[in-house]
Design a binder for this molecule. Structure first.
Ligand code: MEV
Length: 329
């Protein structure tokens, strides 16, 4: 029997909460149109501290409640008509890098506000985090926010895994499942080129809306399914092959970038495979290192001008910092 995902406990302010970043292995962009995707919660996190304040602010900025779209969207959903809050946020996730900095901020803040509001279940936290992100961005799927809320390895619209929750908006529907972590180390590298997720999503949406769009989407779907199957059977070569095939499709729909291609070329001798990760058009790449060659891979990526990180899967999703201590567990 599978266990229900751990709920968010009630607590009183001040509350600190943390949520992991993410790295998409298969299916970015295509998942917006319902294709399968696979995403890792990674051990780079964002932490927020929420406490009562004289005026609402984010990191000392009293205008953020209007000017920072994710903060504004969270306040609209959770705090309309409620007393002012001072929020501080610190993150190890580079911004605009395709590594889920917005989703981690949103999930950590939503967890803290859920806790301040009496606690709640994780399914609702996933729904609310998605709503905050989608209201701020105007487009997208619950891939990033689901990883930030669930932790671990998360598959969307896949036949494999233990069911976590289903998120439906209009005619769009995403079923979210958990897969076992084979415990591998991954290497991500930020190109230094920040990009806008909504712009990339709209451009790919336009491409997939052309007459050959359905056939192209079907190829994305097949590659994600092959990659998910390979991960489930813990077959690194199969995973790497699917990463390469997924990258080729992302390049075909126009979201690679010369800097990403350079990074992938530079890392190739020390990696089984690699691809861009996230919305693309800049952002980051993810590579699966050859056994024992992680350091060499990191050096190669750094020499090519990337900002590399060795990452592992973060097993825990959004959580209240110190809650386990208070519960005595
Ligand atoms: C961005 O991290 C992933 C995209 O598929 C957009 C989304 O799913 O919301 C490009």
């Amino acid at each position: 029997m599978s266990e229900a995902p751990e709920p968010i406990p009630a607590a009183s302010l001040p509350i600190s909460a943390s949520a992991p970043g993410k790295c998409i292995l298969f299916g970015e962009h295509a998942v917006v149109r319902g294709a399968p995707a696979l995403v890792l919660a990674i051990d780079l996190a964002t932490q927020v501290l929420v406490r009562p304040g004289a005026t609402t602010s984010l990191n000392g900025d009293p205008d953020a409640g209007v000017g920072q779209p994710y903060f504004r969207s969270a306040l609209e959903l959770f705090r309309a008509g409620r007393p002012a809050l001072e929020v501080r946020s610190v993150s190890r996730i580079p911004r605009g890098a395709g590594l889920g900095s917005s989703a981690a901020f949103v999930a950590a803040l939503a967890a803290a506000l859920t806790s301040a509001g009496g606690g709640g279940d994780r399914d609702s936290l996933a729904e609310r985090s998605f709503d905050i992100e989608r209201n701020a961005q105007g487009v997208g799927s619950p891939t990033d926010t689901s990883a930030a809320v669930a932790g671990g390895i998360v598959a969307l619209n896949a036949a494999k895994g233990e069911r976590l929750w289903t998120i439906a908006r209009g005619s769009d529907r995403w079923e979210v499942r958990r897969l076992a972590d084979p415990g591998w180390t991954w290497v991500v590298a930020f190109s230094g080129i920040r990009r806008s997720t909504p712009d990339a999503v709209r451009a790919v949406g336009e491409r997939l809306g052309r007459p050959d769009g359905p056939a192209l989407l079907e190829r994305f779907r097949r590659v994600s399914e092959e990659g998910i199957d390979a991960l489930v059977r813990e077959d690194p070569e199969g995973v790497a092959r699917a990463m390469g095939a997924n990258h080729a499709l992302l390049k075909e729909v126009g979201v690679s970038h010369p800097r990403l291609e350079e990074l992938l070329r530079a890392g190739a001798p020390a990696a089984l495979g690699g691809k861009l990760t996230g919305a693309g058009a800049g952002g980051s790449v993810v590579l699966l290192p050859r056994a024992g060659r992680e350091i060499e891979l990191i050096r190669r990526l750094a020499r090519a001008g990337g900002l590399p990180f060795a990452v592992r899967v973060a097993p825990k999703g959004a959580s209240i910092v110190g809650a386990a201590l208070e519960n005595g567990s």
